[in-house]
Write a protein that binds this ligand. Sequence first.
Ligand code: GRF
Length: 191
Amino acid sequence: MTLHVAILISGRGSNMAALVTACTQPDFPAEIVCVISNNADAPGLEKAQTAGIATAVVDHQNFEARDDFDAALDEKLRQMGADFICYAGFMRLLGADFIGKWRGRMLNIHPSLLPAYPGLNTHQRVLDDRADITGCTVHFVSEEMDTGPIVTQAQVPVKPGDDAETLAARVLEAEHKLYPWALRKVAEEHG
Ligand code: GRF
């Protein structure tokens, strides 16, 4: 069975692009049905359009209540024919109702070896701790940010002279390999 995946973004969309490319492989057990952003200016939207993927914006600023945003997003996902969600740099926390409806059908990628360094400013915190190894994690989304069952992780070395930018770039390269691999694994298990 092929998963019909919606990718949620808020910004650049490089992980989104990696997933879109992976899904063009003929034997890939998932297809990207749409890219949805909460931010109309997300550069990833144009990348998706160039790749021929349907896009939509559900702007959180248009909703007074969090639940109303969640409901509009849920409706858009169903309209677009999605049965699975990949967060890819999506910067909104969704409520318990939404999470409950999609539980087990939502993946996120985070640029650390969770449970270490959840949240923002990951790379600077890794450097401040003088850690030797960092990495990235693909996990199922649950109510708490950057928690939820881990699908897979990749380790990335911290190198002498790294700053947050060089380290982020090295981790991002690993993310672009790990996320398609994880989606394939989960899709095969669903199938
Ligand atoms: C990535 O580092 C991802 O792990 C984190 O946000 C960043 C998004 O980058 N959640 P991009 O938009 O996929 O380029």
